[in-house]
Design a protein around this ligand. Structure first.
Ligand SMILES: [Zn+2]
Length: 115
């Protein structure tokens, strides 16, 4: 089960993959997220179907849902990317060579912050 705020972060990170697998459902979930509706259980089911991890950090995709919350401390001394507008709980570690990650819900680059 994905918590509502976490669900937005997971959707934010996994939306491109979801769009590729099931465009119709992906857009429906994105619309729910933008409207502030609860779509956590639907998202969980979809991720399970596609065997995708329920995490908002694509860097740590192997670790599953709890990493989203438990992982915050690990980035404490580093720069991390956060969702613009704080819509979701997505946190993405910075990688020097990688392009800046994008919030797929806002269609905007993630904000670089020091935590
Ligand atoms: Zn986002």
């Amino acid at each position: 089960m994905v918590e509502p705020r976490d669900a937005v972060g997971v959707l934010c990170a996994q939306l491109p993959v979801l769009r590729r697998c099931d465009p119709e459902k992906a857009e429906q979930l994105a619309a729910d997220a933008r409207a502030g509706r609860d779509f956590g259980s639907q998202l969980s089911r979809l991720l399970l179907q596609m065997e995708l991890p329920g995490t908002a950090d694509t860097e740590r995709s192997g670790l599953g849902g709890p990493a989203l919350v438990g992982g915050f401390g690990r980035h404490s001394a580093h720069e991390v990317f956060r969702c613009p507008g704080d819509r979701c709980a997505r946190v993405q570690a910075r990688r020097p060579a990688a392009p800046a990650p994008v919030c797929h819900l806002e269609d905007a680059p993630l904000r670089l912050t020091r935590s």
